[in-house]
Structures are given as structure tokens and as C-alpha cells.
Design a binder for this molecule. Structure first.
Ligand SMILES: *Cc1c(COP(=O)(O)O)cnc(C)c1O
Length: 482
């Protein structure tokens, strides 16, 4: 090491900040050490200076809050600055490997996009596009034009509008058709979804007045009927998604509510949640509302997410009557909630895949995972087991019947049968092993049950197996448990 500032002396009792500060080496002297010069080579002068300043400021802060404190040596300061530079170099938002078997995992980014959608993002991101430009006339166009017709064709709706997410869709719809007026909802449907979307709160934000009818477990058509008055704007139905009321229950079907709405001349709005367009008879999805059916039944507005069962990017889709959609389009809030061009590109590409249901099933990862045949799951489970056993013979690995989950609010109870690869480490606890896997690059996210780590091949791609094997081999089998 080159010129090194010696560790400072203990500051005299009652030292002021100024005294402590003067005992720390100067930025220029730190830069002038061997280590400092190496860092400048690796990063840049600008970044190293700013990392050193940041580190010195932190040390100053720490010294201030302690009575007995020695200023650290130059080597220690540079070590801290290096750690800061390395942390800064790594992107915070990173790809992870999802071995949990939860297909639409909200914390892990919900749906993975089809190759077609990824290509569309790549192409549109790198250049200019006809986002709001009509190539025919050479005049201004609408970003909605890229998907509206497609959505109408796929669902049978009269008109469509896409926004940032489904929460925005519900907000815009209610604000447009019901601000200052009453919206009737069953008490059993005042749900909270994903910890932040609460129907009563979205309703309040829209300026609509919530009228709750029925009780938590029972709501009858007569309850809606009695609540209708001249201030009523909409009858709202919300798919409870992540929650079921079972036992002594009664609820009104969408069809019944629509026929009541027709009698009273009131529109029915349906928040379908998931965007289920592909009724392939997946047993675990039997309770999910199919979007086309809701439109066919005569719902005036249907809203859903782009990144749940639809398998596309984050987006909110509003389908419905032409006149209502037109009012939403000219609502100033629509501008604040509008979809960005990259999501729009991915959404259009995803929707195009639905023009042929078999293509959608095989090209959209969410659907591929939902309908993965048991033989394929078994094949993957065996291949993964073999690979792991080979790199890490000390692990106790077996294959066990388990359940995967659709996730994303679909189906709180029913799982999809799967075969999980279970791992026990000779020294690490299951939680400890899960933590080590999470710290891997790329991070591997697993489920822990019955003191075992579970890897569900349903949400893993074959290319990801080698990352898991490598991670386990790095963790090792014989070292001391933490
Ligand atoms: C998920 C969900 C929402 C929120 O959708 P985001 O796209 O996450 O904003 C709203 N309503 C229902 C019924 C849902 O299931």
C-alpha cells in the first residue's frame, strides 16, 4: 500500500465535530493510495470520489453518535467505499428464479412475458414508433388504437380502453360514471387485494359514494333492489379473487344483477380481477369468471389486469359500452393513468397470441405453466433431481407430490397437482438453505415446508436448472452450518 493515513488518535474529551472531522484522511490522500488508484482504474474518478465522500459522511455520522470512538484507518475507509461501489454497480431490480410453484407471484413480478411480447418491447424501446401517429393520414393517432379493435374482437365488447393497471381501471371507471353518486356493492365483495387495493378506498378516491348491501356471508337480489334510488349510478360486482366465503352463504350472480340493472335502467360494472380469456377447462380455474361470458351477459363495464391470467404486462383493461368508454377517454384522469408505450407493445403482442387459443396456451408462459402436463412435470423433476444429486451427493433429495398455485388472486384454496423436488441439507436448516439460495446470483426463491426446501418444476425452465445446481454446489454440503 502507498501512503496511508495512520489511524487517528482518540479525540480529546468533549471534542467537537470539527476535531473529529480533521482526524479523518482527506479525499485526495485516499485517492492517492494504491487502493484508491486501483479503484479509479476500475470505476471512474467521479464515482470513486463520490463513494469516498459518501463513506466519510457515514463515518462522521457514526463518530458523532458515539462517545468513545476512533476514526478508522484509510484502508478501512477504502474498504467501505469499495463495498459501496460494488453495491451501486448491481441493479436493484434483478431477475430471480422462481421455484415456488406460484405461477402468478405478485412479489416476483406476476406473469413472465411471451417471446413475442419481449421482442415487441425490445423493438419499441430502442427507437421511435407510431405510438400516437396515424401512418395512413400522417396525422396524430391514438395509442389506444393499437389494441382496441383486438380487444373487442377477442371479447365481443363494443369498446375498450387500456390504462396502467386494474386499480387504475376501476378508479377511472368509477370516477367517470359515478363521482358524487351512489354505487351499490355487496358487503361480501368489499375486498382487499394484494395488501393495497381496497375496494372501499378506491371508491372513496373516485368520489363515488359506497352503498353496502347485504351481510358478509349473504346478499340477495332484494338487498340491491331496496338500495336503488335516484342517486344510484352503478351496480358494482367485484370478483373476490383471493378469498372465498364458504358455509352459510348466498350471493347474487352477475346475470341476476344485470337483469335487475336492465329493469331499473342502471349499468352493471364487473371487476373481474384476473382477465381470464381462455377457458381451457383447467379444473383449478373453474371459479374464475370468463371475460367473454361477462360481456355476453350484458355487463356495461368489465375491468381486469393485464398481468394475471391474461399473462401479459402490467395493465388495466376496461371493456364495455361505447358511450361509457368514450366518456372515460375524455376524462382528464385518463391521461394520468395512461399506459406507457413498452407495456402497450407487450400487451398488443400478448393479445395477438389469443387470436388462436392453442397459440396462446403454448406461447404465453403463464398458460404454459397452468396447463403443464404431469408427464412433463415428472420429466423435469427427475432431470433436476439427477443434476442436483450429481453436483451435491451429500444432499438428501427426493420427489414428492405437492401442489402448485395459480396465484395472483385466483383460487385461494385449490392447487394444481405437481411433483416437487425436496432437499434436506446435512448441516443447514431449511430456512438457512433457503436464505443462501436467495443470496445467490441469480437469486433462487424456494418454498420451505416440513423442514425441507421445495423446488417446484412447474415454474422453472430447464435452462434454470444449472443455476440451481451451481448455487447448491457453491453452498456445499460439508461445511459448518451458520
Ligand atoms: C388484482 C385485482 C385488482 C388490482 O389489479 P392490479 O392490476 O394489480 O391493479 C383489482 N380487482 C380485483 C378483483 C383483482 O383481483
Amino acid at each position: 500500500m502507498g501512503k496511508e493515513a495512520a489511524p487517528g488518535e482518540h479525540p480529546p474529551k468533549g471534542a467537537t465535530d470539527d476535531v473529529i472531522w480533521r482526524q479523518l484522511p482527506a479525499v485526495s490522500s485516499l485517492l492517492n493510495t494504491e487502493k484508491g488508484r486501483a479503484l479509479v482504474q476500475e470505476f471512474s474518478h467521479h464515482q470513486v470520489v463520490s463513494a469516498i465522500r459518501h463513506t466519510l459522511a457515514q463515518i462522521r455520522q457514526e463518530l458523532r453518535s458515539r462517545v468513545e470512538a476512533f476514526p478508522p484507518s484509510a484502508a478501512v475507509i477504502l474498504e467501505q467505499a469499495t463495498a459501496f461501489l460494488r453495491r451501486q454497480q448491481q441493479r436493484s431490480l434483478r431477475r430471480v428464479i422462481n421455484a415456488t410453484g406460484i405461477i402468478i407471484h405478485t412479489n416476483l413480478g406476476r406473469s413472465s412475458l411471451a417471446e413475442e411480447a419481449r421482442q415487441a418491447i425490445f423493438e419499441i424501446a430502442g427507437g421511435y414508433s407510431n405510438l400516437e401517429y396515424d401512418l395512413e393520414s400522417g396525422e396524430r393517432g391514438s395509442r389506444q388504437g393499437h389494441v382496441e379493435e383486438l380487444l373487442c374482437r377477442l371479447t365481443g365488447a363494443e369498446a375498450a380502453l387500456v390504462v396502467n393497471n386494474n386499480a387504475a381501471a376501476v378508479l377511472l371507471a368509477l370516477q367517470t360514471v359515478a363521482a358524487g353518486r351512489e354505487v351499490i356493492v355487496s358487503r361480501g365483495q368489499l375486498v382487499e387485494i394484494g395488501g393495497s387495493f381496497r375496494i372501499p378506498e378506491v371508491m372513496a378516491a373516485s368520489g363515488a359514494i359506497l352503498v353496502e348491501v347485504g351481510t358478509t356471508n349473504k346478499t340477495k337480489l332484494a338487498d340491491y333492489s331496496r338500495a336503488i334510488n335516484e342517486r344510484t349510478a352503478v351496480l358494482l360486482m367485484v370478483h373476490p379473487s383471493n378469498y372465498r366465503i364458504t358455509g352459510f352463504t348466498a350471493s347474487v350472480s352477475l346475470e341476476e344483477l344485470i337483469s335487475l340493472g336492465q329493469q331499473k335502467g342502471l349499468p352493471v360494472m364487473f371487476d373481474a380481477g384476473s382477465g381470464y380469456l381462455l377457458d381451457l377447462g383447467v379444473e383449478a380455474l373453474a371459479a374464475e369468471p370468463v371475460v367473454q361470458k361477462a360481456i355476453q351477459s350484458g355487463a356495461a363495464l368489465v375491468t381486469f389486469s393485464g398481468d394475471k391470467l391474461l399473462g401479459g404486462p402490467q395493465a388495466g383493461i376496461i371493456l364495455g359500452r361505447r358511450e361509457l368508454i368514450a366518456r372515460m377517454r375524455s376524462n382528464p384522469l385518463a391521461r394520468a393513468l395512461r399506459i406507457d408505450k413498452l407495456s402497450l407493445a407487450a400487451l398488443e403482442a400478448t393479445l395477438r397470441l389469443y387470436l388462436d387459443p392453442m397459440t396462446a396456451r403454448t406461447r404465453i408462459p403463464t398458460w404454459r405453466r397452468l396447463t403443464l402436463p404431469m408427464e412433463e412435470i415428472e420429466r423435469r423433476a427427475k432431470a433436476l433431481t439427477e443434476m442436483l444429486q450429481r453436483v451435491q451427493p451429500e444432499l438428501a433429495i427426493s420427489i414428492e407430490p405437492q401442489e402448485s398455485q395459480a396465484g395472483g388472486g385466483s383460487l385461494p384454496e385449490e392447487g394444481l397437482p405437481t411433483l416437487a423436488v425436496t432437499i434436506r441439507h446435512p448441516l443447514l436448516s431449511a430456512e438457512g438453505l433457503a436464505r443462501r439460495l436467495r443470496q445467490n446470483d441469480p437469486p433462487i426463491i424456494v418454498r420451505v415446508a416440513h423442514q425441507q426446501v421445495l423446488l417446484d418444476p412447474r415454474t422453472l425452465e430447464a435452462e434454470e436448472f444449472s443455476f440451481i445446481a451451481e448455487a447448491l454446489s457453491k453452498i456445499g454440503g460439508g461445511q459448518k452450518a451458520e
